[in-house]
Design a protein around this ligand. Structure first.
Ligand code: SAH
Ligand code: SF4
Ligand code: F3S
Length: 477
C-alpha cells in the first residue's frame, strides 16, 4: 500500500515546475498591491492572483501608494465584512485622486455578489473580477488601461487553478495554505458562499501533492489543506472509469498521501462539515503522527429545529455523536467551532441549547457571530430575520463569555504537559521568544535561551502558564 502511494507521489512530481515563492520587487517594472479579506480561501486565491500578475511583469508592493494596480480581494459573508471593504475603497479613492492612472480592481466574493452593480455604486472601481475569473486578469487590466471598465464574474464548474503555482505572500516560510477544492454545494440557508463561489469541484490530487512536496523541499514544514467542505473532496483521474476505483482519491486518501511526503511535514485541514467527516478520515488522522490532531467542526447552533432551518442536515444528537467519535478515536484531539446567534425565529430556549451544546462539546476555541441576513440566500427568501439586534447581541455575548471560560479551562489544563512545537518565528511580543503551535493548534510561546533553534524546527516545550489563547513554556530538557 505505502509503496504504491509513494510511486504515485513520485510520478506526480514529474514535470511540475513551481514559481519562486519570494519575488524580487526590483525585477518588475510595474507594481501591484493586494489586500485580502474573509476566509483563508481568499488569502490563498490572492497568492494565485499574485502568480498570474508576476507572469505579466508585476511585482508585489506593500505600499498601495506606489502601486499602479490596487486590488482588494473581498468577502461577503456578513454585512460587516462588506462594510469593511467599502471603507477601504474610500482610502484608495483619496490616492487615486492624486494618481488617476492607478487602477483599482475588486476581486472575490463581493465582486461576484454585486457584479457590474459595483461599478455603479463605487465610481472609483475599474475592474470587477469574480473568484473563477482570475486567469482573465491580464486582459481585463488591458481593457481597463484604455479607460473602459472591465468585468468578469463568470463562475466555472471546472476551474481549480491547479496548474498555477501560488506566489507566497507574507509568508513565514514555515506554514502554507494549499487549496484542494473550490465552491460549495451545501446550501446552508444563511450562507452566501454557494452563490459567490459556485459549484463544488476538487483539484487534481497530483497537483496538490506536487505543491506540498515543493513546499517541503523549500523548507516549509506545515501545510493546511483548504476547502469549504474538505471532507467531500473527491478526485478520479479523468482517464479512469467509475468501475475502476483503485485510483480514486477521497479526502482520507489525500490526507494520507500528503502525510507520506515526510514525517517532518505537518498536515492540517479546514473546514470540515460535520455531516461529511468520516471514520476513515479520523482513523487516518490517528494513524499518522504528522497529521495534526485538530478539527474545526462548525456547529452553528445546538438546536435541532434551528439546524434544520439552517439546512445543516444534522441534528443536535448526530453532532454530539460525531464529537464523541472524534474523542474516542483521538482522545487528545483539539476541537473548535463556529456559532451563529439569533438565526431567524430562534427562541430563548433554543439559544440555551447552543450554550448547552458548548458545555457538552467543550471547544478549545470558537468563531462566534450574530446572524447577518445575506441577500439572495435561502434564509433571506424564506424566513424573517426577526430576532431583534439587541437580543442577537446579548445572546452572542453569552456565547462569547461561555467560550472564553472554556478556552481558559482548556489552556489551563495543559499546564505541566510537554508538546512538540513547530517554530513559526519570533513571538509577537518579543524577539527573545519563539512562537509556534502544537498539534492541537494552540499557540505556544517560549524563550529562545541559549539553544540554537531555527524557524521550522520542532522543539519539545513544557508548559508552565497559560492565558485563554496562548500556552507559555520552556524548552523541555
Ligand atoms: N464552509 C465553512 C464555513 C464558511 S463561512 C463551513 O461550512 O463550516 C464561516 C462561518 O461564518 C460559518 O461557519 C458561519 O458560522 C458564519 N456565517 C456564515 N454566514 C453567516 C451569516 N449570514 N451570518 C452570520 N454568520 C455567518
Ligand atoms: Fe456556507 Fe454551508 Fe457551504 Fe460552509 S458548508 S460554505 S456554511 S453553504
Ligand atoms: Fe467570505 Fe467568500 Fe470566504 S464570502 S468567507 S471570502 S468564500
Amino acid at each position: 500500500m505505502a509503496e504504491l502511494l509513494q510511486k504515485e507521489i513520485n510520478e506526480s512530481l514529474q514535470g511540475t515546475a513551481f514559481a519562486p515563492f519570494a519575488n524580487d520587487p526590483n525585477k518588475y517594472s510595474k507594481k501591484f498591491y493586494i489586500e485580502s479579506y474573509g476566509c483563508q480561501m481568499n488569502f490563498s486565491d490572492s497568492e494565485i492572483v499574485a502568480s498570474i500578475l508576476q507572469e505579466e511583469g508585476y511585482g508585489a508592493t506593500r505600499n498601495f501608494e506606489e502601486a499602479s494596480l490596487v486590488l482588494i480581494n473581498t468577502c461577503s459573508i456578513r454585512e460587516k465584512a462588506e462594510q469593511t471593504v467599502r471603507n477601504r475603497l474610500q482610502a484608495f479613492r483619496k490616492v487615486k485622486e492624486q494618481n488617476p492612472g492607478m487602477l483599482v480592481g475588486v476581486l472575490g466574493c463581493m465582486a461576484e455578489r454585486l457584479k457590474a452593480k459595483f461599478l455603479e455604486e463605487e465610481k472609483l472601481v475599474d475592474m470587477v473580477v469574480g473568484p473563477d475569473a482570475y486567469r482573465t486578469l491580464p486582459g481585463l487590466i488591458e481593457e481597463a488601461e484604455t479607460g473602459q471598465k472591465s468585468v468578469n464574474v463568470l463562475l466555472s464548474r471546472e476551474e481549480t487553478y491547479a496548474d498555477i503555482a501560488p506566489v507566497r505572500l507574507d509568508s513565514n516560510g514555515v506554514t502554507a495554505f494549499v487549496s484542494i477544492m473550490r465552491g460549495c454545494n451545501n446550501m446552508c440557508s444563511f450562507c452566501v458562499v454557494p452563490f459567490t463561489r459556485g459549484r463544488e469541484r476538487s483539484r487534481d490530487a497530483h497537483s496538490i501533492i506536487a505543491e506540498c512536496q515543493d513546499l517541503f523541499d523549500r523548507g516549509f514544514r506545515e501545510v493546511t489543506l483548504l476547502g469549504q467542505n474538505v471532507d467531500s473532496y473527491y478526485y478520479l483521474p479523468s482517464n479512469e472509469t467509475e468501475a475502476n476505483k483503485e485510483t480514486e482519491v477521497t479526502f482520507g486518501k489525500l490526507l494520507e498521501l500528503v502525510a507520506l511526503i515526510s514525517p517532518k511535514l505537518r498536515v492540517r485541514f479546514s473546514t470540515s462539515h460535520p455531516k461529511d467527516i468520516t471514520d476513515d478520515v479520523l482513523h487516518t488522522m490517528a494513524k499518522y503522527e504528522n497529521i495534526c490532531k485538530y478539527i474545526h467542526l462548525p456547529v452553528q447552533s445546538g438546536n435541532t429545529r434551528i439546524l434544520q432551518l439552517m439546512n445543516r442536515t444534522y441534528t443536535r444528537e448526530w453532532y454530539l455523536n460525531k464529537v464523541h467519535r472524534i474523542r474516542e478515536i483521538m482522545p487528545d484531539c483539539g476541537l473548535s467551532t463556529d456559532v451563529i446567534s439569533g438565526f431567524c425565529s430562534e427562541t430563548e430556549e433554543e439559544h440555551q441549547d447552543t450554550l448547552s451544546m458548548m458545555e457538552l462539546s467543550r471547544y478549545d476555541m470558537a468563531y462566534m457571530f450574530s446572524y447577518s441576513e445575506r441577500p439572495g440566500t435561502l434564509a433571506a427568501r424564506r424566513y424573517q430575520d426577526d430576532v431583534p439586534e439587541d437580543v442577537k447581541k446579548r445572546r452572542l455575548e453569552e456565547i462569547i463569555n461561555l467560550q472564553n471560560q472554556h478556552s481558559r479551562e482548556s489552556y489551563t489544563a495543559d499546564i505541566g504537559k510537554v508538546f512538540e512545537v513547530l517554530i513559526e518565528g519570533d513571538s509577537k511580543r518579543s524577539d527573545a521568544d519563539w512562537c509556534g503551535r502544537n498539534s492541537q493548534n494552540k499557540m505556544v510561546v517560549f524563550p529562545k535561551g541559549d539553544y540554537n533553534f531555527q524557524k521550522g524546527d520542532y522543539v519539545q516545550v513544557k508548559i508552565n502558564t497559560a492565558t485563554q489563547a496562548t500556552l507559555i513554556g520552556v524548552v523541555a530538557e
